[in-house]
Design a protein around this ligand. Structure first.
Ligand code: ZN
Length: 282
């Protein structure tokens, strides 16, 4: 039986135009709030799973190392992920696995931190860190358009410590926890699927970052290959509809998760009664 806990490690502002790409503001602003500067509040959501003697953490947020250099994102409500887990009764040293959907700073920055002497330390020193092979190649040799989203100090200490494991194809991590791969936003994102007693939870990562991005056409301008994002989203959603899976929206500051349905005309919509709301601490 899996115990699943979803929590936020902090929030930041992203430009709404960037988040919704070609969708005009008159359309997206009806579904996602923005401030006077077009800023949309995004959550950095993580999830941990207790299963079969393992403690699996998915994504680690931005951490604390880059907040100054990335100040234009106006981070707020930032939590130290290690402290946050301790408050939930989980010692960081007891995490056995860290699964990283991809290596953009807002998903893996919390993997390392600087101690009082300025030395980089592993946040989860006993954990195996799972990254897809293609995402790792991408991290080591990024396209100039994506380079600003990666920081070597988030992941290099993990590789040096021998705590990095690369995922080449879809695989089972432990009974009830499987890892799939998806492209589009960036190559080789990991999409974790977790079976609980009652339903399957899909941690969609940046394949479907927001409740509003449930529509396959609503694709972020940050995505490297929007046509691929579109196809991957439809593949994920077709299965989610068929098997009544719950989709977790990792960046949505207002909606945590929902199931999806498909209308007779082919539109993907949330199953209204399945929506779980949340709100940023303003
Ligand atoms: Zn992201």
């Amino acid at each position: 039986m899996e115990k699943v806990t979803i929590f936020d490690t902090g929030y930041f502002y992203a430009d709404g135009g960037a988040m919704f790409g070609a969708v005009p503001k008159t359309a997206w602003n009806r579904k996602y709030a923005s401030d006077d500067f077009n800023g949309c509040i995004l959550a950095m959501r993580s999830m941990w799973i207790e299963t079969d003697g393992r403690r699996i953490l998915i994504d680690t947020g931005a951490g604390s190392k880059h907040l100054k250099s990335l100040s234009y994102y106006r981070f707020f409500g930032m939590k130290d992920i290690r402290e946050e887990l301790r408050a939930q009764g989980i010692e960081p040293e007891s995490i056995t696995d860290v699964v990283l959907t991809h290596l953009h700073f807002d998903h893996c920055g919390g993997c390392t931190f600087r101690d009082d002497r300025g030395q980089l330390q592993l946040s989860f020193p006993n954990a195996t860190h799972w990254v897809s092979e293609r995402q790792w190649m991408n991290f080591r040799h990024p396209h100039p358009l994506e380079r600003d989203s990666f920081f070597l100090e988030d992941m290099e200490p993990i590789e040096k410590a021998g705590k990095l494991k690369l995922v080449g194809q879809a695989q089972t991590l432990s009974p009830g926890v499987s890892l799939r791969l998806a492209d589009g936003h960036t190559p080789g994102q990991i999409v974790p699927y977790v079976e609980t007693d009652t339903e399957t939870i899909v941690f969609a990562g940046d394949v479907i970052p927001l409740f509003a991005s449930l529509s396959p056409e609503w694709i972020s301008a940050y995505d490297l290959s929007p046509t691929v994002s579109f196809d991957e989203k439809i593949k994920l959603l077709d299965e989610a509809v068929l098997h009544h899976q719950r989709i977790v929206y990792c960046h949505d500051a207002y909606t945590l998760s929902s199931r999806a349905k498909r209308t007779a005309s082919g539109l993907f919509l949330p199953e209204r009664e399945s929506i779980v709301h949340t709100a940023p601490p303003l």
